[in-house]
Write a protein that binds this ligand. Structure first.
Ligand SMILES: Cc1cc2nc3c(=O)[nH]c(=O)nc-3n(C[C@H](O)[C@H](O)[C@H](O)COP(=O)(O)OP(=O)(O)OC[C@H]3O[C@@H](n4cnc5c(N)ncnc54)[C@H](O)[C@@H]3O)c2cc1C
Length: 384
């Protein structure tokens, strides 16, 4: 029996692939979405409980604008599907030392783009957030409309919506395509073949393995560890609205309040060591526990002796700069590369999907920052 031919096959059902499939399905295309393990599975970068959506991006205005448009689209999707709980408007609090360049330039960009934010002085911070030790903090901005996306459940919602609009989903591990010219089909590990007019590879940290020669030296997967700490019994100081989502530039840490009673989430944003997403251990090490305990004892002293409720080991799929990779394959005219979320991509899922649909269907002018030629083989992180 001849298998169905699709307009577009999207390989990878993380947040980038799911939103790309949804945008293409909304535009009436026959879409096949495939994933080796399932949408938003626990080892994918999109598979944690929660991800921050914030507007501040320093001088990198394109990401501020994409966050703005994405938040609108996320909310529309949640409203349409009866899932408004999937966006938690906790507010986002940025804390930094004096003259932190990212905060300075964020203020200008937020103002220019009409994002509501508040500058908060030390005295007000101390009154509002007595649960935070403010040593070394001189600068703060608060984004009241920003917050948290309940990540793996939002991916499931995006995929369900794409299927409702006619897309198909298959569990399949797809081999990296070889050769050049026009790709006619892709092959699963089971031997099954899927045909389509265009192919999008949105494979997260696996992109480097699917295209080893092209991307092996351009996507840098790093180990990233996340902790959920128990909060004191009967104490509301670590829940919203008393505590917003926070990013502390001084300590390179970020986290969020106790959402859905899963615990106070905290992690270090610094890149961990290089990893293979298939083989890295998902257990936290004693050294990682020691580091986060030092951080929490210093910044949130009331939690110094809290028990660890849950942990999660994941990976960032970094490009050299932190800019996304959204581009056509240089040798295969109908193959698209989508990834390089670099530790900040989740929130942008809607904008990424719209951008790729525009590239594929409308031949829209590409943004140079997202193109393959701008991805270097040495990491120099610029985007935070
Ligand atoms: C600890 C941590 C914290 C983060 N915090 C934030 C945050 O607060 N805010 C934010 O906006 N972003 C954040 N990010 C970044 C964000 O989560 C990622 O950029 C985003 O989830 C990447 O999505 P993706 O779809 O590109 O990749 P993934 O979610 O990894 O999806 C890729 C999918 O491709 C599939 N796949 C791979 N190879 C194949 C194949 N050969 N065949 C079939 N399927 C295949 C995989 O199974 C996987 O499901 C964070 C990331 C981490 C790790």
């Amino acid at each position: 029996m001849k298998s169905k031919t699709y307009d577009v096959a999207v390989v990878g059902a993380g947040v980038f692939g799911a939103w790309t499939a949804l945008h293409l399905a909304k535009r009436g295309r026959r879409v096949l979405l495939l994933d080796a393990y399932g949408p938003g599975h626990s080892r994918s970068s999109s598979g944690d409980e929660s991800r921050i959506i914030r507007m501040g991006y320093g001088a990198d205005e394109i990401y501020t604008r994409w966050s703005q448009s994405s938040l609108i689209e996320w909310k529309e999707l949640f409203a349409a599907t009866g899932n408004t709980v999937l966006f938690q408007k906790t507010g986002v609090l940025w804390l930094a030392e004096a003259a932190n360049p990212q905060l300075q330039s964020s203020k200008e960009v937020l103002l220019r783009n009409g994002v509501t934010f508040e500058e908060i002085d030390r005295q007000t911070l101390a009154c509002r957030y007595p649960q935070i030790n403010l040593d070394g903090i001189a600068n703060a901005i608060y984004e009241p409309e920003s917050g948290v996306l309940l990540a793996r459940r939002t991916v499931a919602t995006v995929v369900a919506e794409a299927l409702r609009l006619g897309a198909d989903f298959r569990l399949a591990s797809i081999a990296g395509p070889q050769g050049s010219g026009v790709l006619e089909n892709i092959k699963a590990g089971s031997g099954e073949i899927f045909s389509a007019g265009q192919f999008v590879f949105a494979c997260g940290a696996w992109l480097a393995k699917v295209f080893p020669e092209l991307l092996g030296g351009r996507i840098f997967p790093t180990r990233q560890v996340v902790f959920y700490f128990s909060v004191p019994a009967g104490n509301e100081r670590f829940s919203p609205p008393a505590l917003p989502t926070f990013l502390v530039k001084n300590d390179e840490c970020y986290g969020m309040p106790d959402l859905e009673s899963r615990g106070f989430k905290i992690a270090i944003d610094r890149h961990g060591g290089p990893v293979d997403p298939d083989t890295q251990s998902r257990m936290v090490s004693e050294a990682e526990v020691r580091e986060i305990r030092q951080c929490i004892a210093y910044r949130f002293p009331a939690l110094a002796n809290s028990t660890i409720a849950e942990t999660r080991v994941c990976q960032y799929e970094n490009t050299s700069s932190g800019d996304f990779l959204l581009d056509r394959h240089p040798e295969m005219a109908n193959v698209w590369l989508a990834g390089g979320g670099s530790g900040h991509g989740f929130k942008h899922g809607p904008a990424v999907g719209a951008y790729l649909a525009g590239q594929i269907l409308d031949r829209a002018v590409p943004e140079p920052r997202f193109m393959l030629h701008s991805k270097e083989t040495v990491q120099r992180r610029r985007v935070y």
